[in-house]
Design a protein. Structure first.
Length: 143
């Protein structure tokens, strides 16, 4: 008999590591299906640099505030981090980050938040009001 893989729920106070990673009870959690700019990544508004990775992390921290965060694990990534869909106050944080333009749908791994990305792009929210490089290209060295 094959037993199903049981994926855990993590509930608690979250610390924001960056725009797509939080920590609850010492456990790193990567927000599934999204990719936010890296902490050191820059975007440009009228040719002026801004720290869009830092702003993405601040947006997530402000959204969470002191609310309890609940994460439903969807798997693990190649770095052994938990992948999860997380919510605070009944709202999907992964979805909110993409909808508000603070992160992109990570299409290489999921199509779950593509509609939200399209909406954010059309409305020119946050990242979409700047010139930026997708985080996966920035990490690959195309800086």
């Amino acid at each position: 008999m094959i037993l199903p893989l049981l994926l855990a729920s993590l509930i608690g106070t979250a610390s924001v590591i960056d725009g797509d990673t939080i920590e609850i009870h010492g456990q790193r959690i990567r927000l599934y299906g999204i990719d936010a700019p890296e902490s050191r990544q820059l975007c440009y508004v009228d040719e002026k640099p801004m720290r869009c990775g830092q702003q993405s992390a601040f947006a997530l921290a402000d959204k969470i505030g002191n609310q309890t965060v609940t994460c439903e694990q969807t798997g693990t990534d190649r770095y052994k981090r938990i992948l999860a869909v997380c919510e605070a106050g009944g709202e999907d944080l992964n979805r909110w980050m993409v909808l508000e333009g603070h992160a992109l749908a990570f299409r290489s791994y999921s199509k779950r938040y593509v509609a939200e990305e399209n909406e954010a792009k059309a409305a020119k929210r946050s990242l979409w009001s700047t010139k930026f490089m997708p985080p996966w290209r920035w990490r690959a060295g195309a800086r």
